[in-house]
Design a binder for this molecule. Structure first.
Ligand SMILES: Cc1cc2nc3c(=O)[nH]c(=O)nc-3n(C[C@H](O)[C@H](O)[C@H](O)COP(=O)(O)OP(=O)(O)OC[C@H]3O[C@@H](n4cnc5c(N)ncnc54)[C@H](O)[C@@H]3O)c2cc1C
Length: 368
């Protein structure tokens, strides 16, 4: 154990990557490729017990034929021998991640939860975790959103006698048999729950704040780029990022077509309050509900960065690409415009390129 700057610091490394989902593993790949040595040069700290990132938590009913396309981790094709569409994504993708970590001998340390990141004296950032501290010259944050489900409050929530759950806790439609189910939210998770609930529930009802925007154009690279550019503009301005579906609209994927065919996509505006046994609108409409599923999305898991004081007045973190403007030693990968599997891959590469330049530059200036 070494002391550094008089602080009780257990480990030193050049770069700490926080999180081992798609974004963290992509960053690790590029760190390794650009010559950082395992452990002394970079380390990946992951709070989970096993590989797979958010994919380990997907409901068993999310089979491979329903996912929108998993993008390969850099340097390793996913399912080169074909993918069995009937297998759960929660099994197949974590196996792929585990094999990737093993084959590349990535220095992933788990379960290690990062509790805080704060500036240390000298040029280091101090990463405190459940198992010790790391002093690093740069940090790649790749903690995703899974650990922070967003659950809005509506009056009467405490009076409701039925069951409420967030889509993060959805494990399949079995518990909806014969029940009246209300699904809240305008994204793909809401539609997946609706299409599955429609097979077994007594009734389903879809409510969203804004009318959902369906489009029938193909999801081409241009459409993707335009959506990413809109989210990028927001984070450059220090605003909270918008969800990717918010930026792209909803395509007619097999899951959407299935839900439409079952008549499960008649949408109502958001209700105004909950009662003991249902939901009510201010215009006098009311509907019975036994179950309310809040498919209301997630927020970025960044609580551990609070000591760095990065939030702008607009509520977001001002970014330039993956770099945090107020703390150039910190990159957010899988955040905002790179919060998709393909985006996370690209962002990992560009974050590492910048970190390499930053560290080489500071070495050159201290040698001069
Ligand atoms: C239901 C659902 C279906 C989806 N389907 C698709 C799809 O079909 N195609 C697609 O492209 N995208 C899909 N997405 C989005 C996709 O999951 C994400 O874009 C991507 O997987 C996120 O990767 P990530 O590495 O940023 O985060 P994650 O996979 O969430 O990984 C983050 C890792 O960080 C760890 N972590 C978090 N906090 C800490 C901490 N404080 N200390 C240490 N470790 C920490 C977590 O344990 C986790 O291992 C879907 C999302 C959902 C919710």
């Amino acid at each position: 154990m070494e002391g550094m700057d008089g602080m009780d610091t257990r480990h030193e490394t050049e770069v700490v990557v926080i999180g081992a989902g798609q974004a963290g593993l992509s960053s690790a790949y590029h760190l390794r490729r650009s010559g950082f040595a395992s452990w002394s040069g970079y380390v990946v700290l992951d709070a989970a017990d096993a590989p797979g990132g958010a994919w380990t938590h997907r409901p068993p009913t999310l089979t491979m034929d329903k996912v929108h396309g998993i993008f390969d981790l850099p340097g390793a094709r996913f399912g080169p021998d074909g993918i069995d569409g009937s297998l759960p994504a929660a099994q197949v993708v974590p196996e792929y991640f585990a094999e990737y970590e093993r084959r590349l001998e990535l220095p992933v340390h788990r379960p290690v939860k990062v509790l805080s990141v704060r500036p240390a004296p000298s040029d280091r950032l101090l990463v405190s975790t459940t198992v010790g501290r790391w002093a690093a010259r740069a940090v790649v944050n790749a903690t995703g959103t899974w650990t922070r489900p967003y659950w809005p409050y509506y009056p009467g929530a405490e009076a409701f006698r039925g069951r409420q759950l967030h889509s993060a806790g959805y494990r399949g439609p079995a518990e909806f048999v014969g029940r009246h189910v209300v699904v809240v939210g305008g994204g793909t998770s809401a539609i997946q729950v609706l299409s599955e609930a429609a097979d077994v529930a007594a009734s389903t009802l879809w409510v969203t704040r804004r009318p959902p925007e369906f489009h029938d154009h193909e999801f081409t690279p241009d459409v993707g780029r335009a959506a990413v550019a809109r989210v990028e503009e927001r984070v450059r301005a220090g605003l909270p990022p918008q969800s990717v579906v918010g930026a792209t609209g909803l395509g007619y994927t097999p899951v959407v077509l299935d839900a439409l065919a079952k008549g499960a996509l008649h949408r109502l505006p958001m209700f105004d309050r909950l009662t003991a046994d249902g939901v009510v609108w201010n215009d006098g409409r009311s509907e019975r509900a036994d179950v309310i599923v809040w498919a209301t999305g997630f927020r970025a898991a960044l609580e551990h960065l609070a000591p760095l004081g990065l939030r702008e007045r607009g509520g977001g973190i001002r970014m330039d690409g993956t770099r945090v403007v107020a703390e150039p030693r910190l990159h957010l990968v899988g955040y905002g415009p790179s919060a998709s599997t393909v985006g996370a891959n690209r962002a990992g590469r560009s974050a590492v390129r910048e970190i390499r330049r930053l560290l080489d530059g500071s070495r050159a200036s201290s040698a001069a």
